[in-house]
Design a protein around this ligand. Structure first.
Ligand SMILES: *Cc1c(COP(=O)(O)O)cnc(C)c1O
Length: 470
């Protein structure tokens, strides 16, 4: 990423740092990549040696509340600012705290993947999506009128719908071609042309729990020399790692289930090295995460605060056991709702009668269940997001909602506390009736994200609120 010649002093810094990088890569490859998922979630790349040598033995990754890094001399500064040595420079570009957050996510999302994954942290999930898509939308032929398009699953988060529909399609003439039935590979194929830049899919989708065959869509994308970008927020790497199935890039709203505490907003872009694209840019192809971190995001500035990075890192350490517990509770809640006379329908991928249950069951597995003394064999888990429709339309739906006692009414998900919302009047309000129909969001739909409470107590709250409709 740099040009120009180096002074002898710069060369010395580069040599020392190349040794450091070689040792770090060895540690990742020979040590960390061999750990089980829980061990990676607990430790990531922060080692006893790091702590003792650099951080006065702190057993938790320190919060580097500093805007910038000082250099020993002009040679080190020049080498750093040309990105010839690992550096964090300025906290808009990088920071030692966000570094550990990034590596934890890169390693968790790349668990079981036999190549290398890296990560770029972002200030939110929306910033992660923007970071992931922008580099593919540049003018390739220096022609300002050049048409550009991309494909995306219509069943997606409301904010994603707005970013693609308003910011890209309406404001910039970059056409988002919505995929209405993501399980139909012919629909994907029919919408690709020579101006297509990438394929984008959310799964399971929020709130409709859409799903698609990742491998088939990745193969299709690659056959056209295009990358597949997946929003895997709802599943988290504890249940699904799209890169292992052929996806090139994963975006995460780490705000949600990955953290679950609800302390703040944060996101991440995780990409495999050597991704497939028709964009002629070697840095982008070789190491997308580092490319976006050091170049486009340096210039746009959607960076994560180090305090938030460390709080999020702490939340992620127990991801696997937490999502197992919350998935099991959600299953019980779904089974209860299915039998309730005031409920019209329940959408949860774990229910055998869900039309996408079989497809989801091919992909959604509790990581390492086969190494777990509790299970000792692979087990499917479907996460803690579900939705259901109330009989009688929007009015009884709001009455039920207003009568919830302990379940929170909020536009949030992924929390350790159960949270419910009516998507038509909240998360998916901005996209209007036509947009909601496209995404399959009726006005009597309630989205429920089941938290860590005992399921009996969650069921009791739902039951009393449903009984007010009699
Ligand atoms: C919330 C959410 C986002 C956006 O993330 P923020 O952290 O709120 O910016 C993107 N995708 C999905 C699936 C989400 O649920």
């Amino acid at each position: 990423m740099s040009d120009g010649t180096m002074t002898p002093g710069m060369r010395k810094y580069v040599e020392v740092n190349n040794k450091y990088l070689a040792e770090r890569d060895r540690y990742i490859r020979d040590v960390v990549k061999k750990w089980k998922f829980d061990t990676i979630a607990v430790h990531g790349l922060y080692s006893v040696q790091d702590a003792i040598e650099d951080y006065q033995g702190a057993i938790i990754e320190p919060v580097f509340m500093s805007t910038s890094q000082a250099y020993r001399d002009s040679d080190e500064m020049a080498a750093a600012l040309e990105y010839r040595i690992p550096t964090w420079c300025y906290s808009r570009i990088a920071n030692p705290s966000t570094y550990y957050y990034e590596w934890a996510l890169a390693l968790l999302e790349g668990y079981g993947f036999d190549g290398v994954t890296e990560c770029c942290s972002t200030s939110s999930g929306m910033a992660a999506i923007m970071t992931a898509i922008q580099p593919f939308l540049v003018h390739k032929f220096h022609n300002k009128l050049e048409p550009r398009n991309f494909l995306a699953t219509a069943q997606c988060y409301g904010g994603t719908f707005q970013q693609f529909n308003v910011r890209m399609t309406e404001e910039r003439d970059i056409e988002c071609r919505w995929i209405k039935d993501a399980t139909n590979i012919d629909e994907w194929a029919s919408k690709i042309d020579k101006n297509t830049r990438f394929l984008y899919g959310e799964l399971p989708s929020n709130p409709g729990l859409g799903f698609f065959d990742i491998k088939a869509v990745a193969d299709l994308a690659h056959s056209h020399n295009l990358p597949l970008i997946v929003d895997s927020t709802v599943a988290t790497p504890a249940l699904l790692r799209p890169i292992c199935h052929g996806a090139d890039i994963v975006v995460q709203s780490v705000t949600k289930t990955l953290t679950s505490s609800g302390f703040g907003i944060c996101g991440a872009v995780i990409a495999r090295k050597g991704l497939i694209t028709n964009i002629d840019n070697d840095d982008l192809k070789n190491n997308f995460s580092i490319y976006v971190k050091y170049l486009p995001n340096r210039d746009y500035g959607p960076n994560l605060h180090p305090m938030q990075a460390i709080m999020s890192l702490n939340d992620m350490r127990t991801l696997r056991s937490k999502i197992d517990m919350m998935s099991r509770s959600t299953m019980e809640v779904a089974e209860f709702l299915e039998k309730h006379p005031a409920v019209e329908s329940v959408q949860y991928l774990g229910l055998p009668n869900h039309p996408l249950h079989d497809l989801a069951s091919r992909y959604m597995w509790l990581v390492d269940a086969e190494h777990d003394t509790q299970y000792g064999k692979p087990v499917n888990r479907y996460g803690h997001l579900m939705s259901f429709c109330i009989k009688g339309g929007p009015e009884p739906t709001r009455k039920f909602f207003d009568n919830l006692q302990r379940i929170w009414r909020a536009t949030d998900l992924g929390r350790i506390k159960s949270v419910a919302t009516i998507p038509a009047i909240s998360t998916h309000q901005q996209q209007g009736e036509a947009g909601r129909q496209l995404a399959n969001i009726p006005p009597n739909m309630v989205r429920l994200c089941v938290g860590g409470e005992h399921p009996d107590d969650t069921i009791a709250d739902l039951d009393q609120a449903l009984n007010t409709l009699r």
